[in-house]
Design a protein around this ligand. Sequence first.
Ligand code: LCS
Length: 396
Amino acid sequence: MAHNNNLKFDSICVHGGIGDYEFGPVVPPIYQTSTFRFKDSAHGAALFKGEVDGYIYTRMKNPTIEAMENAVAQLEGGFKGLGCASGMAAVNTVLTTLLKSGDHIVCSRSVYGPTRTLVETVLSKFGVESTFVNSENFNEIESAFKPNTTVLYLETPGNPTLSITDIETAVKFAHDKNALVVIDNTFMSPALQQPFKFGVDVILHSMTKFLNGHADVVGGVVVVRDQEMYLKMRKVLNQLGGVIDPFNSFLVHRGLKTLSLRMKKHTENSLPVAELLEKHPKVKWVRYPGLKSHPQYELGLKQHKAFGGMISFELNGGYKAGEILMNSVKFCQLAVSLGGVETLIQHPASMTHLTMGKEAREEAGITDGLVRLSVGIEDVTDIIADLEQALQKITD
Ligand code: LCS
């Protein structure tokens, strides 16, 4: 199908990125090949010089991967996508491209644990300075900026606290200071949040989550707004080598077809689950962007099309009660990751955010008793019944 910029979002989910292929398949074939034959030596040389368009080597470009990249770029309203081997490969590609020795990055405190660890333990070795802030408080962003700040990195809603950052205000400020703004849009997906509309420069995702949606792929993607940034990122990704492979790209591209449907169902299921938790006597607090009690509820209404599938909460009995809950669920599965069709429950302090260290977690509001729920698309009464029976097992 020809690239059509006027299609509505749900139609892009189904048709986005699909090109014309031999024999007319309606889905992109899996070009499971590492390399592509040249017609003759002049053709090979012309491809390498960029004088003709075509394929050389799968780390550089592959039609199956390109199809998925174009689909995600269209969904985000961007220029081009770059498929990466994981979300972390996407984070690394972006930060390595944008930062150099002597630069300073301001980053949300509530980010996926290894993102912070990458900045503090790897990028620091190459002379990159960093400051982590509670980015839901604009004042903290403002006061963290230094003359050498070149990147503002936001994760909103943040993993796992679901804190929401005012993207538009942050972008205006950062651009005024000549810094670029990067957003990790994993938690909402373009179905629910479109950061380019607020002027963000670069978007990235762990496609392992909602974009693929079926818990059977590890992948990431970077989406950029223009050719100049695309060429810069592509060059670095090509050198770092963290590209996605054709089969995983195919699976993600298939997952995208139901992205809009799935995000509606995740949202539809999450609100009653969040409400149940909020009124439950064993629960201390609940964070869900769709609850009026969320401190940035109004901001969420402005930034999100709907509220998504992620909930965090803390039990009155703290870590011990959380342990009982996680060991008592039967339908919800005790596993890290998120954004798949199945409901998952996990404990960030001992799992996904362990490497950040206790002090950094506490500053970010990731308490030892915080439990994170990724609400799936099952029948919500099964999810609720399971959580109710598990909550009953907590006796004190
Ligand atoms: N960004 C966010 C917001 C994430 O949640 C994750 C992974 C990543 C980036 C990295 O993506 P990956 O390399 O795993 O594809 N988050 C995980 C989580 O919360 N539980 O397990 C993985």
